[in-house]
Design a protein around this ligand. Structure first.
Ligand code: ZN
Length: 188
């Protein structure tokens, strides 16, 4: 089992043989891999871990453009579940980092109300401006919401020509977002 390559859900051993360490989980006395990697057993402590494959998941750097989903809106901060890093689409981010867009980083002009710029479930493109607290910015033209659904009927919102206003394709509700110039183009 030592060094064996495993994927999530692979059986590694029993809790009688081993202590489940990082990268593993235990269920009804059996230990399984929680991540993709190689099994490492520490014989002294009988601890078994799964060490992530050397092509470690990418970690966003300052200046990287990330794509994610708005998961929560607070008074002054929008929380983004980061799904991937632009230019490194081949690598999945395993431990999803949550980023935060502060109201002062939404656009270059003053934002009074965050709820007029984003809605929960919007897909956004944002730039990493600080990795310690994973702060993101959507102030550039190409950054912002790239996909949004109507908050009333959940149908796709379409961009009104030459404007930042979005209109529902079904119920014609009009909504406002800080949109990316790539809104609706599928270019992410
Ligand atoms: Zn609608």
């Amino acid at each position: 089992m030592q060094n064996k390559f495993v994927i999530p859900g692979d059986f590694i051993g029993t809790s009688e043989e081993f202590i489940a360490g990082s990268g593993t989980y235990e269920e009804k006395g059996s230990i399984f891999a929680a991540i993709t990697g190689n099994v490492k057993i520490n014989p002294r402590e009988r601890e078994v871990i799964v060490s992530p494959r050397t092509n470690v998941p990418p970690i966003p750097k300052v200046g990287d453009v990330v794509v994610g989903r708005i998961v929560d809106l607070k008074n002054s901060v929008a929380l983004v579940e980061i799904a991937r890093i632009k230019g490194r689409e081949d690598r999945e981010i395993v431990n999803t980092d949550e980023g935060a867009i502060h109201i002062s980083n939404v656009k270059s002009s003053y934002v009074n109300e965050l709820g007029r710029e984003f809605a929960v479930h919007d897909i956004v493109k944002a730039k990493v401006i600080d990795t310690r607290t994973m702060r993101l910015s959507t102030a550039d033209k190409q950054l912002g919401v790239v996909k949004a659904l109507c908050t009333r009927c959940r149908s796709p919102l379409k961009r009104k020509e030459n404007s930042s206003t979005l209109i529902c394709t079904k119920c014609e509700r009009v909504e406002n977002r800080k949109i990316s110039e790539d809104y609706g183009l599928g270019i992410i």
